[in-house]
Design a protein. Structure first.
Length: 364
């Protein structure tokens, strides 16, 4: 090998080894000093910050009243129609709704008031259910022997039944009416004689709710027998209601909004006018909601309200047929004596007897 070739190979080897050495030393230096990087944002992994807030579980339904046995008539309307006499307008779909059945089983309209009726019965009171004129029953007859009345469907009452309830309330009969979203018109028709009305739409709240903006939290507007021991109540579908005398008992927070106007503010959802109490929600009476927040305390207060007070003295006159029609032979004139043939004429006066032919030996 020539001298020049050996020199060239030596230089190449020296340069190659120098490069390998520098790379090895640089790697060691880099390993000892890791580069600084920005911290990875992981707020989205903090589940506690995104978990919806819920209310605490409340107590059992208890009554304070020591009144002797009272009779409470309960009207729930039809299981196929929406509560409040119409179809609910809440944007809720329930594809697993159970079929209608009797009280004590899954489903059925009577189950929706089971906590209230159970509390009444456990405290020695009698509960009678009115199924409407289609059943052949007469609400006026039932109310004549009753001390209190409850309806979750005022819109399904016939005109005769609504008049009977009006007379019952005027006589001091304690009455609870619940009206859900979609039943504002029916509530206004029913409650107008008492200065009570419903407003269209439903109330929702994006801040003060029970894990759902439709499950609004409502609070007492002041002190009273209906709200004693009550701080917060959950209404799953709150409908705004009002009274001419402004006697609100429960209202939503200022953060709530009305669906029809999107206007924010506090809305009244329960009012009382004498012996009549109106709630803009019926869901608080259901078994699955009775234990939320202070719903149980409110139900107990409602039960006490129904059985406390003077017994109503009300009379509804002679029997009438379904829908208020007078049955054949059923009317009685003002003097209390029915003419031959049964029915009395509209003016209440029996017609004179028809003349008969004189005997053959009598002169005309």
């Amino acid at each position: 090998m020539s001298v020049d070739l050996r020199t060239t190979v030596g230089v190449f080897a020296l340069v190659f080894l120098s490069i390998i050495g520098v790379a090895a030393v640089g790697g060691v230096v880099l390993d000892n000093a890791p580069p600084e990087t920005d911290a990875v944002a992981d707020d989205h992994w903090q589940l506690d910050s995104v978990e919806p807030e819920t209310v605490s579980e409340g107590g059992a339904v208890e009554m304070e009243s020591t009144e002797s046995s009272n009779t409470v008539v309960v009207h729930l309307g039809s299981g196929t129609s929406g509560l409040g006499g119409g179809t609910s307008i809440l944007p809720i779909e329930d594809s697993n709704a159970p079929a209608e059945s009797d009280i004590g089983t899954l489903g059925g309209v009577q189950r929706g008031v089971a906590p209230l009726t159970a509390a009444l019965v456990e405290n020695g009171h009698e509960v009678r259910f009115y199924g409407g004129i289609a059943t052949g029953e007469r609400l006026p007859t039932m109310l004549s022997d009753a001390d209190a009345f409850v309806t979750t469907s005022p819109g399904s009452l016939s005109a005769t039944d609504a008049d009977a309830v009006e007379s019952f309330v005027d006589a001091g009969g304690r009455t609870l009416v619940t009206s859900d979203p979609g039943g504002a018109g029916a509530l206004t028709d029913f409650g107008s004689p008492f200065g009570v009305y419903g407003e269209a739409g439903y109330v929702y709240d994006m801040e003060n709710n029970d894990a759902n903006y439709l499950s609004v939290i409502v609070e007492p507007t002041g002190t009273g027998s209906l709200t004693e021991g009550v701080e917060r109540v959950v209404f799953r579908g709150a409908a705004p209601v009002g009274a001419a005398n402004g006697s609100a008992t429960l209202a939503t927070a200022e953060t709530s909004q009305l669906s029809t106007t999107r206007g924010a503010g506090s809305y009244d959802v329960a009012v009382r006018n004498g012996s009549l109490a109106v709630m803009g929600d019926s869901s608080f009476l259901e078994p699955e909601n009775a234990g939320r927040a202070d719903n149980g305390a409110l139900i107990g207060n409602v039960a006490d309200f129904l059985v406390t007070g003077e017994n109503p003295d009300v009379s509804f006159g002679p029997p009438t047929g379904p829908g208020g029609a007078v049955p054949p032979g059923g009317a009685v004139p003002p003097n209390g004596t029915a003419p031959p043939g049964g029915a009395a004429p509209p003016n209440g006066t029996a017609p004179p007897p028809e003349p008969t032919d004189p005997p053959e030996n009598a002169t005309a």
